[in-house]
Design a protein around this ligand. Structure first.
Ligand SMILES: NC(=O)c1ccc[n+]([C@@H]2O[C@H](COP(=O)([O-])OP(=O)(O)OC[C@H]3O[C@@H](n4cnc5c(N)ncnc54)[C@H](O)[C@@H]3O)[C@@H](O)[C@H]2O)c1
Length: 254
């Protein structure tokens, strides 16, 4: 049970918002948080899949986290339904696909879109919940960054830069709002088998190349990242804030 900032003691289960909850790591996180008894709101480009992920008593909303108007509309609906947000999981993200590669071949449009979803999205969704968390006396913002926030994925300059920005937003929130009881941590997954990475995982040579860099010798499954997010969301480890938690099979230890 979350004990971060559940200040009004209304006795009901804590409320979590998961962005990008329709697929992959976000979907596994929703399943885990539901199993832990939390109430869920899920924001995703795919509203139907978001509603499914939110569970029968949850709220699924179609929203683009990079668009201020979408985010405002979505959080109005979240606060109308639940009145509070205890845990915000900033998970929605894009990789830029095979088009965004080396810096000089990345289009300005691709660069801007990757930055808008992976970094501005974290900014907008955090901005939407922080005033309520201040009023509640606390909360926890968990941002799914990436090991790419700390080490370079070759040929992914735009993605690496966007994740570096997401991590620094997470740290900035930790420092600026600690006095309000708000904690902010980042989870940094290594390679995880999801629709985002499946094309690469399905090519045996590429899979081998990726796994050769991972001491545990395999990529992660989404529920292994969701486990880390759920432990943070539970309110355990509550002295931790401003931290980047690598869940990467030992990749960054190499
Ligand atoms: N898969 C990996 O190897 C890996 C590694 C490190 C970090 N990550 C990060 O984990 C997060 C989840 O990735 P995943 O692998 O589960 O990807 P995924 O593609 O399976 O899921 C991403 C979800 O985000 C949603 N989404 C994308 N853009 C959105 C937007 N603008 N607004 C709202 N929703 C949007 C998609 O519709 C989708 O449901 C991302 O932030 C990603 O960068 C993934």
């Amino acid at each position: 049970m979350v004990d971060d900032g559940v200040a009004d003691g209304d006795g009901r289960p804590p409320v979590a918002v998961v962005t990008g909850g329709a697929s992959g790591i976000g979907r596994a996180t929703c399943a885990r948080l539901l199993a832990d008894g939390m109430r869920l709101a899920v924001l995703d480009l795919d509203g139907d899949a978001a509603a499914e992920a939110a569970g029968p008593d949850g709220l699924g909303l179609a929203a683009d986290v990079a668009e201020e108007a979408d985010v405002q509309r979505a959080y109005e609906a979240v606060f109308d339904r639940f009145g509070r947000v205890d845990v915000q999981v900033n998970n929605a993200g894009i990789h830029g696909g095979q088009a965004a590669t080396l810096l000089h071949t990345t289009s300005v449009e691709d660069y801007d879109r990757i930055a808008a979803v992976n970094s501005r999205g974290v900014f907008l969704c955090s901005k939407a919940v922080i005033p309520a968390m201040i009023r509640q006396g606390g909360g926890h913002i968990i941002t799914v960054a990436s090991v790419a926030a700390q080490i370079v994925f070759p040929g992914k300059a735009a993605y690496n830069a966007s994740k570096g920005a997401a991590l620094m937003l997470a740290r900035s929130i930790a420092v600026d709002y600690a006095a309000h009881g708000i904690r902010s941590n980042a989870v940094c997954p290594g390679y995880t088998e999801t629709p985002m990475t499946r094309w690469r995982m399905e090519i045996p040579e590429l899979r081998k190349e990726v796994e050769a860099r991972i001491p545990l010798d395999r990529v992660a499954q989404p529920d292994e990242i969701a486990d880390a997010i759920a432990v943070l969301a539970s309110g355990r480890m509550r002295y931790m804030t401003g931290h980047a938690l690598n869940v990467d099979g030992g990749w960054t230890a190499l």
